[in-house]
Design a protein around this ligand. Structure first.
Ligand SMILES: [Zn+2]
Length: 317
C-alpha cells in the first residue's frame, strides 16, 4: 500500500531552531557551482570512450568521471578514499568522503549518488554528483552530532553493483538514514510533461521532485517535506512511503537506484528523483546534456538534500 504524502502541509517535525539551522547550511548551495560541476563531469564523460557492456548497446562510462570527482574532492581539501569492491567480473570503485560527527560519530547519515553514466549523463547522474560536491563544500569546517558520509557509487547503471557491494560490506554500520539522489536536475513547466509510473498518481506538469521512502523512513520523509516547503524558493515535492516488502506496483519503478540496496537490509532510506524516463526524453541517450537541465530546480534539490542531511545529523537522540 502507498501512503501518499502529496501536497498536504507536512507536520512540523523540526522545531523553528532546527529548521533555521538546516536552512542556513542549505543556503550555501550555489547555482553557478552546480552548473559548472555538471559541465565538468559531462566533459569528463565525453572524453571517456567508456565500454559497451553486454547486453546494452551503448557506452557505459565511469573512469573519467571517477578521476574528475576525485580531483574535485582533492581541490576542496577533504579526505576521500576509494573503496575497492572489485571481483566477480567487475572492478568497482566507490568513492567515500566522511565528515565525522562531533558527539555521535558512530551514527551515520549517508548521502549517495552514482557517478557512472551512459553517454555523457548530465541528468543521470551528474546532477546528483554535483549535489554531493555542494554538500561536501557546505560541511567543511562545521560541527554536527552524527557522521555525514558521502558515497559516490560506481556501476549503478549495470545493475546496482557498486551499492550492492557497499551495503554488503557495511552491514555493521549504524546507518540512521540514506538519502540517495538519481537524476535530480530535469524539470518542465509544460502541461503534459509528466507521465506517472504504473500504479502511481502524479501531477501532469513535471516541475516537482519525487521522494520515495521505505516504512522506517516515513518520519524523515515528512521532515524533508517540511524542509522543501521552507526553502528560500519552496520546492514542490511528491512523496510516498512504500510498504515493507516494496512490492506494491507504485514503488516498483522507484526501486531502480542504489537506495534499494539499503531498503533490502531494512535501513531507513529516501530516494530523490525527477522520475527520469517519466519526464525526461533524454534519459539514457546521447542527448542527456547539460543544457537540458534546470539549474534553479537542481539548486532547490541541492538545498533540500543539504538541509535534510544537516537536520538528520543534528537530530536529538
Ligand atoms: Zn541513474
Amino acid at each position: 500500500m502507498l501512503a501518499a504524502l502529496g501536497c498536504a502541509p507536512a507536520p512540523e517535525l523540526l522545531t523553528e531552531g532546527q529548521l533555521s539551522a538546516a536552512l542556513a547550511v542549505a543556503e550555501e548551495v550555489d547555482t553557478t557551482r552546480l552548473t559548472d560541476d555538471v559541465a565538468m563531469l559531462v566533459e569528463a564523460h565525453a572524453a571517456d570512450p567508456g565500454e559497451v557492456v553486454s547486453p546494452w548497446d551503448r557506452p557505459h562510462k565511469r573512469r573519467g568521471g571517477e578521476a574528475t570527482l576525485l580531483a574535485a574532492f582533492a581541490k576542496l581539501g577533504v579526505d576521500f578514499k576509494i573503496e575497492d569492491h572489485s571481483g566477480e567480473g567487475w572492478e568497482v570503485h566507490n568513492i567515500v568522503v566522511e565528515f565525522p560527527g562531533a558527539t555521535r560519530p558512530d551514527e551515520v547519515v549517508l548521502v549517495t549518488a552514482h557517478y557512472d553514466v551512459w553517454y555523457q549523463g548530465a541528468d543521470d547522474n551528474s546532477s546528483g554528483v554535483a549535489v554531493l560536491l555542494e554538500l561536501a563544500r557546505a560541511l567543511i569546517g562545521k560541527q554536527h552530532a552524527r557522521t555525514i558520509r558521502i558515497v559516490a557509487f560506481d556501476a549503478e547503471e549495470v545493475g546496482l553493483i557498486g551499492s550492492a557491494r557497499y551495503f554488503r560490506r557495511h552491514t555493521e554500520d549504524d546507518v540512521r538514514l540514506v538519502i540517495n539522489m538519481d537524476s535530480v536536475g530535469f524539470a518542465s513547466s509544460e502541461a503534459g510533461s509528466q507521465v506517472a509510473p504504473p500504479g502511481f498518481t502524479l501531477p501532469e506538469v513535471g516541475d516537482f521532485i519525487v521522494l520515495m521512502a521505505n516504512d522506517v523512513a516515513a518520519r524523515e520523509a515528512l521532515i524533508m517535506g517540511q524542509l522543501a516547503g521552507a526553502l528560500p524558493e519552496p520546492l514542490a515535492l511528491q512523496g510516498a512511503v512504500g510498504s515493507d516488502d516494496h512490492r506494491s506496483p507504485g514503488t516498483g519503478d522507484f526501486h531502480r537506484s542504489d537506495h534499494s540496496q539499503a531498503w533490502a537490509q531494512g535501513t531507513p532510506g529516501l530516494f530523490l528523483t525527477d522520475t527520469t524516463n517519466f519526464r525526461n526524453e533524454h534519459y539514457h541517450t546521447e542527448t542527456d546534456l547539460p543544457d537540458t537541465l534546470d539549474y534553479g530546480f537542481l539548486t532547490q534539490v541541492g538545498q533540500l538534500v543539504v538541509a535534510g542531511a544537516w537536520a538528520m545529523a543534528e537530530e536529538a537522540e
